[in-house]
Design a protein around this ligand. Structure first.
Ligand code: K7E
Ligand code: CUA
Length: 649
């Protein structure tokens, strides 16, 4: 594999890449100044912990949406209002590794309401509201470690499903046990969480978990149409090795696709088959009216043991260390990408049901029936390529699989399993995206390949190069390369929707009269500075082009100062920013009608400037002020003003 990679790395752009784009490509991706893109694409940020929004077909970056990582640009995770979003049972965790954005669904189609995403490292699932493009909720997942196989909404958001990558020794008394690492085979288990989503407000809650055999659970996807009640997971390390997995988890010729009937599971949980065990996990929610996030600590979780729930779960042998599992638009075909497999096996949902009915089992693991590979298989795609990872569909009977090792996208027919076309990508593609490509009706005009290695595609920028996505036209028989565009690190999965689904619903500003922030001030005459012990609260307003008050005295070393800044603007695209010299914090960015709080613990005496950080008007540079910091115990009284120092004291 390393040798192959080295070979691709050595390819010259002029020999391969440049010739791949057709002559009319430029006009197909050209979005004239002032015009909008056709689609919004939401790309995961991988180890940057965020998601980013791109316009397709232009490939223009529109926005970064902070999710699991602090973001200095708007104070997310730094401001008092947003800090609670990053609370976990481990403490404040301001970073994560985000792999899979998934849009909420109605009747099997993206409904444009919410975007779910997983934290791979410290197990969490986030929800972004697509009216504001803001993270509004983060739910920690207990009894999980490496929440990679996540999050997968069912066709009407009945559940968002999240599986563990690392199996761990889950304790019946809650938490993860302190036991010898040589006990992997006996004591380690995986877990799959079934998260209920409130149909109106989207709020998430863990309904129950299923404890499953101690494999690694890699990826999942829900069924659709006839298979709507099922969700399919890939597993690797069915060898249950605890060390040197590179070799020890690659011994079996076949691992498993796990099929779980979520309706049967939910029924078992409802009937009281689930036992409630102690747990500790955080649920962080941003309130819509106050714009303040709060954390709730949950203390129990309900678990089902897979072995106690017959008819709920089946294992389908599948070659070899499979990664992606993707269900076609009809819901019948389940294609599985075995990283080390020479073929792409495609399972048939109806064959699976027949095999279950006929009890066509070859084995049992932990009481879970293992189906016969040949009985479930629909067909195999031969000589597809090397290192298949993920598949999406165009809705016209074609599947497209990303090939990491042979660096290409391969198009094949989902009924005949024949390869129809292939196109090289630069280099080593991971996930691919077709807008709606995981739904029952894909918008099959474009494909975006998200590549792991960039090499020579862009101007060099030292040892670290930008990541690269490539836009491919899939509207005809032959795939056509249209565009390379750089992306922020490191996209894994992505989703896209037609712009019309979202753009009319986009919030332009928050209504000041609906602002219920406990420290909001809605007019300048209400601004004030208050001391309570060593806490100083500045109730400040911002409007073009002044901060009120802009002169503040009476702060002392040892104080903790909270600037509660309300942006009084009621107009689109007029945020104000706020920052203080020497503050060991970020700035905060305040949307029109919103209140945001910046904490400042002064470390030096003296006059300390503060200012608006967002170039909001011709007099933005004038939007500044001073805070005077006196020594501890000094008798400088609290005083504040804007214009004449007269109205207070
Ligand atoms: Cu294939 Cu984390 Cu979805 Cu990356 S995973 S490529
Ligand atoms: Cu407000 Cu610059």
């Amino acid at each position: 594999m390393a040798g192959l990679l080295a070979m691709f790395g050595a390819c010259k752009q002029s020999e391969t890449g440049a010739s791949a784009a057709e002559g009319d490509a430029a006009s197909k991706v050209y979005v004239a100044p002032g015009n909008h893109d056709e689609l919004y694409a939401f790309l995961s940020g991988g180890y940057n912990g965020q998601m980013s929004v791109y316009g397709i077909p232009s490939g223009r970056l529109l926005k970064v949406m902070p999710v699991f990582s602090q973001y200095a640009e708007n104070g997310y995770g730094y401001s008092e209002e947003s800090k609670a979003m990053l609370n976990t049972s481990f403490g404040f965790v301001p970073w994560d590794d985000l792999h899979h954005p998934k849009l909420s669904r109605t009747d099997g189609m993206a409904d444009g309401r919410w975007l779910f995403a997983n934290a791979n490292n410290t197990p969490r699932v986030a929800r972004v509201d697509l009216k504001t493009f803001k993270t509004v909720e983060i739910l920690e997942i207990p009894n999980s470690a490496g929440n990679h196989c996540s999050p997968y909404p069912t066709n009407n958001n009945e559940y968002v499903i999240a599986g563990t990558r690392f199996s761990v020794p889950i304790s019946n008394d809650g938490g993860i046990q302190d036991i010898g690492l040589d006990q992997y085979k006996d004591k380690f288990r995986g877990s799959i969480s079934f998260i209920k989503v409130d149909p109106e407000h989207g709020e998430m809650e863990i309904d129950f978990q299923v404890l499953v055999p101690g494999f690694d659970y890699d990826l999942a996807n829900g069924g659709k149409g006839p298979s709507s009640d099922w969700v399919f997971f890939t597993t690797y390390n069915t060898e249950q090795a605890g060390t040197l997995k590179e070799r020890n988890a690659s011994l079996n010729d076949k691992d498993f696709v796990v099929a779980i009937n979520w309706k049967v599971a939910a029924e078992y949980a409802k009937q009281g088959k689930a036992r409630e065990i102690p747990a500790e996990y955080y649920h962080n929610v941003l309130d819509e009216k106050t714009h303040v996030a709060t954390s709730e600590v949950k203390k129990t979780v309900k678990v089902l043991l897979a072995e106690e729930c017959p008819g709920m779960m089946y294992l389908i042998p599948t070659p070899k260390s499979p990664h992606g599992v993707d269900v076609d638009p009809s819901g019948e075909f389940i294609s599985v990408s075995g990283k080390l497999a020479s073929v792409i096996p495609v399972h048939s949902y109806s064959n699976m049901i027949k095999a279950i009915e006929n009890k066509d089992f070859i084995d049992e693991i932990n009481g879970i029936p293992v189906l016969k590979y040949e009985s479930v298989l629909a067909g195999e795609v031969q000589e597809a390529g090397l290192g298949p990872l993920h598949t999406e569909y165009d809705g016209r009977g074609n599947a497209y699989t990303s090939m990491f090792v042979s660096s290409e996208i391969v198009k094949w027919d989902i009924k005949t399993f024949k390869v129809l076309d292939r196109i090289p990508v630069y280099y080593s593609v991971g996930h691919l995206l077709i807008p709606g490509g995981d739904t029952k009706e894909p918008y099959g005009k474009y494909l975006v390949a998200m590549n792991k290695i960039t090499k020579d595609r862009y101007l060099p920028t030292g040892p670290e190069l930008t990541h690269s996505a490539q836009l491919i036209d899939i509207s005809g028989d032959k795939m056509k390369m249209l565009l390379d565009f750089p992306t922020l690190a490191e996209p894994h999965y992505a989703q896209a929707v037609p712009a019309d689904l979202l753009k009319e619903k986009s919030v332009k500003f928050y209504r000041l009269d609906e602002n219920e922030h406990p420290h909001a001030v809605k007019k300048e005459s209400d601004t004030r500075v208050e001391r309570d012990g060593n806490i100083v609260r500045v109730y400040m307003t911002a409007i073009r082009s002044h901060l009120t008050p802009d002169n503040i005295e009476g702060i002392h070393l040892g104080d903790t100062v909270y600037f509660h800044v309300t942006n009084l603007e009621q107009d689109w695209d007029v945020p104000h920013g706020f920052a203080v010299m020497g503050n060991q914090n970020a700035e905060t960015l305040i949307m029109p009608g919103e209140t945001q709080t910046l904490q400042w613990i002064p470390t030096k005496t003296g006059v300390t400037p503060f200012y608006c950080t967002d170039f909001c008007s011709a007099l933005h540079q004038e939007m500044q002020g001073y805070a005077r910091v006196s020594a501890k115990g000094a008798n400088t009284p609290i005083k504040y003003w804007l214009g004449e120092p007269k109205k207070n004291n």
